[in-house]
Design a protein around this ligand. Structure first.
Ligand code: FPP
Length: 249
């Protein structure tokens, strides 16, 4: 970003750009309620939610946040009516396809985290393509949690480690936290510093169980499609007002 634009942002928002959360996690909740309030189908809420997401990622990137992980589809979301599942998958597909164009200016690197085996062949191919096309960019890393569950991720990690033990490369007694961290979908990325959940619900819902261990949690009463860049700024201000001790004093 140009220095003038940088100065303007700093002045506008009065947040400390030297103390940004490196990694923000977002549970984008409330699309259905947003639509219901307007007498619209739930799909309209998801569509508005996807628009909201684009603006938030752009803002986070412009501020200099390094990683953002968004909960787009959980391992439990398959229980929704088939039409809603199909609609969400279509939205995700569009998002991945358009990422090259729409997020190019912002230099966003896209990754998908979660179990891919249950996704359609077409979706798996598109994920690979989008990851490949965006991997050399220098901006924010956006992890799209897709068919993601925190417990499933830990099972996945246990399998990776179990295989290393079986192959004789690793002794069970010498397994470390680093070994687990390296076996997660987010291997090599920092823990989540700030977790935001919209819609007033105060739950983790199986989101990044390992990575949020020391995250500051901010629960926002707005529904996700109403969550604007200025609300992100507000959440970052709350984060900056908290004293993080990581178990120390
Ligand atoms: C929760 O709202 C939201 C979801 C399950 C899906 C989130 C998806 C998007 C924001 C759009 C698609 C994402 C991408 C990356 C293109 P809800 O449906 O549970 O709302 P409710 O609790 O009000 O019913």
């Amino acid at each position: 970003m140009l220095f003038e634009a940088f100065k303007k942002k700093k002045k506008d928002h009065e947040i400390d750009l030297s103390n940004l959360p490196r990694h923000i996690g977002v549970i984008m909740d409330g699309n259905g309620r947003w639509a219901k309030k307007r007498g619209l189908p739930r799909s309209a809420g998801h569509k508005a939610g996807a628009e909201s997401l684009k603006k938030i990622v752009t803002e986070a990137n412009e501020l200099g946040v390094e990683y953002i992980t968004v909960y787009a589809f959980s391992t439990e979301n398959w229980k929704r009516p088939q039409a809603e599942v199909d609609y969400l998958m279509d939205l995700l597909m569009d998002y991945l396809i358009n990422a090259e164009k729409t997020l190019a200016g912002e230099n966003v690197r896209i990754r998908a985290i979660g179990s891919r085996a249950e996704l359609s062949e077409e979706m798996r191919r598109q994920i690979k393509k989008t990851e490949e096309l965006t991997k050399d960019r220098s901006g924010i890393v956006m992890n799209i949690a897709l068919n993601y569950g925190g417990r499933e991720e830990l099972v996945h990690a246990a399998r990776v480690i179990g295989a290393a033990v079986k192959n004789g490369g690793l002794e069970p007694e010498s397994i470390t936290e680093e070994d687990i961290e390296k076996s997660l979908y987010t291997a090599g990325q920092p823990d989540v510093d700030l977790l935001i959940r919209t819609s007033g619900e105060q739950r983790l819902s199986n989101f990044m169980l390992w990575q949020v261990s020391y995250a500051e949690m901010v629960f926002v009463n707005k529904l996700w499609p109403d969550f604007k860049p200025k609300d992100l700024i507000e959440c970052i201000k709350i984060f900056q007002g908290r004293g993080r001790r990581f178990g120390g004093i």
